[in-house]
Design a binder for this molecule. Structure first.
Ligand code: GDP
Ligand code: MG
Ligand code: K
Length: 281
């Protein structure tokens, strides 16, 4: 059968390891797989004729290059190129959890969202139209309770559909960062697109955004490009123009746009319940 490599990506304490355990059962390689100080595990199992390799990655709030965890997760995505990313989110804390989702969307990856701790969302009395939310962001969303295993089959059925390009929810969207930043993204993207190697491995839009944010690791990925110096000159010019026009740095502006995008999407799909109750159970 076919092999599907998946990676669990989500904030700390969103239920990744619980999901990993319930999916892989006792079939895992623990030990020194990563060789680094962050916590990561690989497991494997068969389901519906497919062989799954599943990686439980360290928890992260973002995919910038600030912490060893963020760097580890991003390198795993760049280097291992999982077939499908499972973005695990806490159903009752979407405003915060979906920030990482917007970073994954920028990277233009095949992805499914596990709407985990769905039991807590239901207990809080909140109602989420997750199907519509998934359609808005172009990513299928599957409610799960990874502690009990509820929804896990549905999650893996969805992963198979996404892998086989048979899921109708999947659509690549761009989070619009406004005219001033978008023109900077386009300038750099056009420059990056001329390199077939880069276009094949990374989303040029993602690299352009990260360059504007001053991401050092993305710079080092691009170091070998023939016209690297021109690219950086162009980047510096755009960063100056943007921060002068907007009166704030690119990173702040981009993250504000992302939070705005999330709250806009939730305004249309979430009827909040009693949050405090959900967080303390
Ligand atoms: P990780 O840090 O993302 O690996 O999260 P863990 O799997 O360690 O889970 C963090 C905590 O949330 C643990 O106490 C789990 O028992 C609990 N948990 C995980 N999944 C669920 C779920 O679906 N519902 C509820 N209520 N709790 C969960
Ligand atoms: Mg864990
Ligand atoms: K909890």
């Amino acid at each position: 059968g076919k092999t599907i490599n998946i990676a669990l990506v989500g904030n700390p304490n969103c239920g990744k390891t619980s999901l990993f355990n319930v999916a892989s059962g006792s079939h895992e390689h623990v030990g020194n797989y990563s060789g680094v100080t962050v916590d990561a595990k690989k497991g494997y199992f068969n389901y519906k004729g497919y062989h799954f390799n599943i990686y439980d990655l360290p928890g992260t709030y973002s995919l910038s290059a600030y912490s060893p965890e963020e760097l580890y997760v991003r390198r795993h995505i760049f280097e291992q190129t999982p077939d499908v990313i499972v973005n695990v989110v806490v159903a009752s804390n979407l405003e915060r959890n979906l920030y990482l989702t917007t970073e994954l969307i920028d990277m233009d990856l095949s992805m499914v969202i596990a709407l985990n701790m769905y039991d807590e969302l239901e207990q809080s009395g909140a109602v989420l139209d997750y199907k519509t939310l998934g359609e808005m962001i172009g990513v299928p969303i599957v409610p799960t309770v990874s502690r009990s295993g509820k929804g896990i089959d549905n999650l893996f059925d969805t992963i198979i559909r996404v892998y086989e390009n048979q899921d109708l929810t999947v659509r690549h969207i761009h989070i619009n960062h406004g005219k001033v930043i978008e023109s900077g993204i386009n300038v750099l993207k056009e420059e990056l697109k001329t390199d077939p190697q880069i276009k094949q491995h990374f989303s040029p839009r993602y690299l352009a955004i990260k360059l504007l944010e001053g991401d050092k690791e993305v710079e080092s990925i691009l170091k070998d490009k023939a016209d690297y110096n021109d690219l950086i000159t162009l980047r510096n010019r755009e960063v100056q123009r943007i921060s002068k026009t907007l009166g704030e740095d690119v990173e702040t502006a981009v993250s504000n746009e992302k939070y705005g995008f999330i709250s806009g999407a939730l305004k249309e799909t979430l009827i909040p319940g009693d949050r405090e109750k959900a967080r303390t159970t």
